[in-house]
Each structure stands twice: as C-alpha cells, then as structure tokens.
Design a protein. Structure first.
Length: 317
C-alpha cells in the first residue's frame, strides 16, 4: 500500500474520531420541558424503563398489566436480548425507526450505588476465587473475586466494571448478541474500541485498566448526557421512586391511567466486616475517585429532576 493511501486512511480515521468526540453539545444546566415530555409520551408507542443495576428495580408487572405501553418481550427476544439489564440502545435498535420508543430511568448517588452492589452480591458472586457468571456474578472478574473479602482492595481492582456503570449504560453499547447480559470480556472489547475513537490513538496501542481509562475520558460522559436529552423522556432519583412514578403518570395521562408507584429495595447493610470511620472515609473517597463520570452525571441529571419536583410539589408530594 502506498504512503499516500496510508495518509488518506489516517486522515479519514482522524476526521471520524474527531467528529465522534466533538459533535456532542450539552448545556451545563438542563431543564425538562413539560410540554415536550407530554408530547413525547403521547407520540411514543413504547415507553421503556432502562434498569441500571442497583438503581431501583421496576416490576415487570408495569408492562404485563398494561400500566405502561412496553416493548413486548417476544419482540425483544426475537432480537436476541434476554435479561433485566438491557442496554437502552439494544431496545432502540430492536424497534427500529418505524415505531417510536422513548425511555425513562432512575439514578443513584454513586457511593450508595457501588456499596449496594458489593453488599448485594457479597458473599455469593464468586466460588473458588472465580466469578459464578451471570446473573449471580454480574460484572465480577477474577480479580474482583480474589479481593472480595477486602472492600478497599475490591474497589481498587484494575478491571472493576461496577465503576461508572450509570454513565456507561446511558452512553450505550453497540455490539452483537445479547445486550441484556454482557460479559466483562465483551464489555472490555467494546470500550477498548470506544476509547480508541475518542482518544484518537493508534489502533494497536495497548490500554491499561479500561475502567480507569473510561473514568478519564470526558467525551463518554458528554455522550451520555446527550443521549439522556435526546432519547430519555424523564429520569429521577431512585430513593424518590414513588414521586417519580406519580409525575410520570400525570404527564403520560391516558397511557398511564393504571400506573401504580413502584417500590425500591432498601439498601442492604454491609455483610462483610465493620468499617472504622477512617476506613469508611477512605473507601468513600476511592468510590468517588473511581466514579468521577457517574458523580458528574448524577449531579447534572438531578438539576432537572429537582426542578420538576417543585412544579409537581402539590400533586406528587
């Protein structure tokens, strides 16, 4: 291949990569438009919940009992997707452009979410130092299993895929196969390709710990925010789930007449060892450091949520 051909390929790669990283424009403060929400809900054939693990389980009864118009499970399975934690992008691609689909989700303060994940799965996600696989050992790697008895070491495991999961799921993952249960290996492969585009690095470059690389890539966060504005009609805080569904019901009107407030599972107390105040302070600091994107996404997303709560304070106290 000639040097001129190589130069053209490099230029094209740079242009595509640069457009991926620079084409997203997100306001510092975003507010919901009540009229736009109502219109989106009115026009959407499907109103789907994106379940981010440890951010609140919404019962499938909402769909089965016709409380909201959901994407039918047979249609989703026909697209090859099975499981609770479906990537919103998988459902979007499954429906295609012929039918209108919109999403809603719940967020959780990062320290609480990461602690909840550890407490929920420990002990039980590993056997003989290896992950059990999904769903029991969801996103647990061998390194995480080796450190499961030491919360601090578990948090610092290089390939800990619990970190920044809210941002990653809202960013969306383009891949083949079942996008409701993605293995750590496939997750790693996808984000390696994303990082190569965003960071415009040579395709053969070897990355370090991928979760840490994600944590230092602001383009991923900006894309997640952009997707929220474009594809999610509403979001809120998991610990205000009853108020959230009250507001959603009022906005969806005829499409949500039967909608009932869902319940969220209360956080479990630590089942490992008791932390001293110093250890808790240390571990909370590690979580915030390792989840910098989730922290910013959560704070950004809560601005419009707090605003809409005020507007519906009398209706949904």
């Amino acid at each position: 291949m000639t040097s001129s051909s190589n130069a053209v390929r490099i230029l094209v790669f740079f242009i595509i990569s640069h457009s991926l990283a620079a084409s997203v424009s997100v306001p510092a403060i975003y507010n919901f438009s009540l009229s736009s929400i109502a219109e989106t809900l009115r026009r959407s054939k499907f109103i789907e919940y994106t379940h981010i693990p440890k951010c609140g389980t919404v019962s499938r009864k909402i769909c089965d009992e016709g409380q909201l118009p959901c994407l039918p499970l047979p249609q989703l399975r026909k697209c090859g997707h099975y499981g609770e934690h479906c990537d919103w992008l998988a459902k979007y691609k499954c429906v295609g452009k012929k039918e209108k689909i919109t999403f809603y989700t719940l967020f959780r303060e990062p320290v609480s979410r990461v602690r909840s994940h550890y407490n929920y799965f420990y002990p039980g996600a590993c056997r003989n130092g290896k992950p059990l696989g999904q769903p029991a050992g969801q996103f647990w790697t061998k390194g995480m299993c080796e450190n499961e008895d030491n919360f601090t070491k578990w948090l610092l495991t290089p390939n800990n895929w619990v970190h920044n999961r809210m941002t990653r799921m809202v960013h969306g993952r383009m891949s083949s196969g079942n996008l409701c249960r993605i293995t750590p290996r496939r997750e790693k492969m996808f984000w390696e390709s994303v990082l190569k585009r965003y960071k415009r690095r040579h395709i053969q470059e070897v990355f370090g710990a991928i979760p840490d690389e994600i944590n230092s890539t602001p383009e991923i966060l900006e894309k997640a925010k952009f997707n929220l504005m474009k594809n999610f009609v509403l979001w809120g805080d998991t610990f205000e789930i009853e108020r959230f569904f009250c507001i959603l019901k009022n906005l969806a009107k005829n499409k949500a007449k039967k909608l009932k407030a869902a319940k969220v599972t209360k956080p479990r107390k630590s089942r490992s060892r008791i932390e001293s105040p110093e250890e808790k302070l240390l571990n909370d600091g590690i979580i915030l450091q390792k989840n910098a994107l989730d922290k910013e996404l959560y704070e950004w997303a809560m601005n419009p949520w707090h605003d809409i709560k005020v507007k519906y304070a009398n209706v949904c106290p």
